[in-house]
Design a protein around this ligand. Structure first.
Ligand SMILES: [Zn+2]
Length: 547
């Protein structure tokens, strides 16, 4: 709704994306009544994995592996041109081979193009009977962890609990250093002195007990945050040199930095030694950062678990969030140029704009830029804005935070109007005094944050239906242009339809008539032409005067 936001968003929404290949899971062949794009993607993956499994035997022969060796399919990726990349683990006499993994690259017709092996050494062991017994190996591994890694084991702290955190030693073939030999792999679980969980995996020589390799499986730490709007939340952080960073390697490495009220550069990554961030007040610079980092994590999880989308560009890369951006800056924006989110501190630098639906809204601009790339002007601009409001709202429903009960209002906690009212209303957009409830010939000449009203209203009606009702403690009374009475198909189905339309049917110039056609195509793909959902999409567009 703010001019500044519009100005910045124009830049970002129209920024040229180069080299981004869209591999949307919802592009999968859909048949009527297919459950979800996610299920389809899982089905596709299972099918190609089955192909890899079927080829394990012949490929092992073709690669000249020994009689004792077998390939086990682990993963498979198929390019758009049909090229297959089949990933295998290896066993030797039934034992896992560490460093035995390889990837076979095949043309679409199955012809092998090339092979990547982790190690090229041949495996030929005189025996697979270990000299060191397994229980002795496990004790050695535990001792090594205590001596070298400084892990405090639970059993040591509280032997009476009976919790034995040392795993059993598993016999393996160690080939990773190119000198294959019999070894044990032992997992030793515990906690570091500061409470951070630890899971050390050790490989020890089965003849000598020598430690061949050790690595920490817990590469992310479990931090906690206390945000301005999100309240107390868990955070996945990264440990480096005894400090914990607001950086989430389990979600594409997305991180949050302090701009210290500047407007250029990447700021400084939030880090401390306690792994606890913020105290809920704006006086603490970390509190807004907690909101931002949690908002990014929730938006990531929402897209992944709802649509199978792996990050904003669907490439597994997480974005940077910049907080304390500018001075008295009353706005937030997404930029494709820095692939980053920025949040102002608001009026008096005391009212950060780090609310969850704002985070979801802004990062959805990145998703739109990477997909339909709806032009940020005219009716397509309204659809761009509405897409962000719709998905921002869905992120709020997804997280279901007690401190921020989900609803169909936008920016209801940041109080930008100064009187406690939300920025926008989806059930009846005109309640903000400027947004359009229904399409008319002039709607494209409105600011994109007001022409979005038609699509926001469509989404609310499609999800919840018309008329007065109370949902999750919020009251709504959604009208229709044609005085029709609509039942709603639920927000989850409505979101699936919108996302599929955005990622497969909408283009840069889609207008409201095009949005009707695109969402009908999406509904037909997902639920069948003439299905309840399909008919609801048609009736709901009519109810906002899009015919
Ligand atoms: Zn926006």
């Amino acid at each position: 709704m703010k001019r500044k936001l519009a100005a910045v968003a124009v830049l970002s929404a129209t920024a040229l994306l180069t080299g981004v290949i869209q591999v949307s899971t919802s592009a999968a062949q859909a048949s009527p009544a297919t459950p979800s794009p996610q299920a389809q993607a899982a089905e596709q993956h299972a099918a190609v994995l089955a192909v890899a499994s079927g080829q394990a035997g012949p490929l092992a022969k073709a690669l000249g592996l020994g009689d004792q060796e077998q390939l086990v399919a682990k993963d498979a990726v198929v390019d758009r041109d049909g090229t297959r990349h089949l990933r295998f683990e290896r066993t030797y006499a039934g034992l896992p081979v560490i460093g035995g993994d390889l990837v076979v690259h095949q043309k679409a017709d199955g012809a092998v193009k090339s092979v990547n092996k982790a190690v090229s050494a041949r495996i030929a062991l005189p025996s697979v009977t270990p000299e060191v017994p397994a229980d002795q190996a496990a004790a050695q591994a535990t001792g090594a962890v205590k001596a070298t890694v400084g892990v405090t084991l639970d059993a040591d702290q509280s032997p009476l609990t009976g919790v034995h955190r040392t795993g059993t030693a598993e016999l393996v073939v160690w080939a990773a250093d190119g000198n294959p030999r019999l070894a044990y792999r032992t997992t030793v679980e515990g906690e570091r002195a500061d409470g951070t969980p630890s899971s050390q995996v050790l490989v020890t020589d089965a003849a000598t007990g020598q430690v061949l390799s050790t690595h920490e499986k817990v590469q992310t730490a479990a931090g906690t945050g206390n945000g301005v709007f999100v309240g107390q939340v868990p955070l996945t952080t990264a440990e480096s040199g005894g400090r914990y960073q607001l950086k989430d390697d389990s979600r594409g490495g997305q991180s949050t930095a302090d701009m210290r009220n500047g407007t250029s550069g990447s700021g400084s990554l939030f880090a401390n030694t306690s792994n606890r961030f913020g105290d809920g007040t704006t006086a603490n610079r970390e509190s807004a950062a907690v909101d931002a980092q949690f908002g990014a994590a929730t938006t990531w999880d929402f897209y992944k678990n709802t649509f199978g989308r792996n990050g904003i560009r669907n490439d597994g890369v997480g974005a940077l969030s910049r907080v304390h951006y500018g001075s008295n800056y009353v706005n937030a924006f997404w930029s494709d140029d820095c692939f980053c989110m920025s949040y102002g501190d608001g009026s008096g630098n005391a009212a950060p704009l780090t609310e969850l639906d704002v985070a979801g809204h802004e990062m959805t601009h990145g998703v739109t830029a990477a997909t339909a790339n709806l032009n940020y002007e005219g009716e397509s601009g309204g659809l761009n804005e509405a897409t962000s409001d719709i998905m921002g709202t869905m992120v709020e429903w997804y997280s279901n935070l007690p401190s921020n009960p989900p609803n169909y209002q936008i920016g209801e906690l940041i109080n930008l109007n100064g009187n406690g009212t939300p920025l926008r209303y989806m059930d009846q957009p005109s309640k903000d005094g400027q947004s359009a409830d229904y399409w008319d010939a002039n709607v494209g000449s409105l600011d994109v944050h007001f022409s979005s009203g038609v699509a926001n209203h469509f989404f609310y009606l499609l999800a919840e239906g018309s008329g007065a009702k109370t949902i999750n403690g919020f009251s709504y009374d959604s009208p229709t242009y044609d005085n029709s009475s609509l039942a709603g198909i639920g927000r989850d189905k409505a979101a699936q339809i919108w996302y599929k339309a955005l990622t497969t049917y909408f283009t840069s110039t889609t207008d409201y008539a095009g949005a009707r056609a695109g969402t009908l195509s999406a509904a037909a793909d997902l639920y069948g032409s003439g299905s309840t959902e399909y008919n609801a999409v048609a009736a709901t567009w009519t109810a906002v005067n899009v015919n």
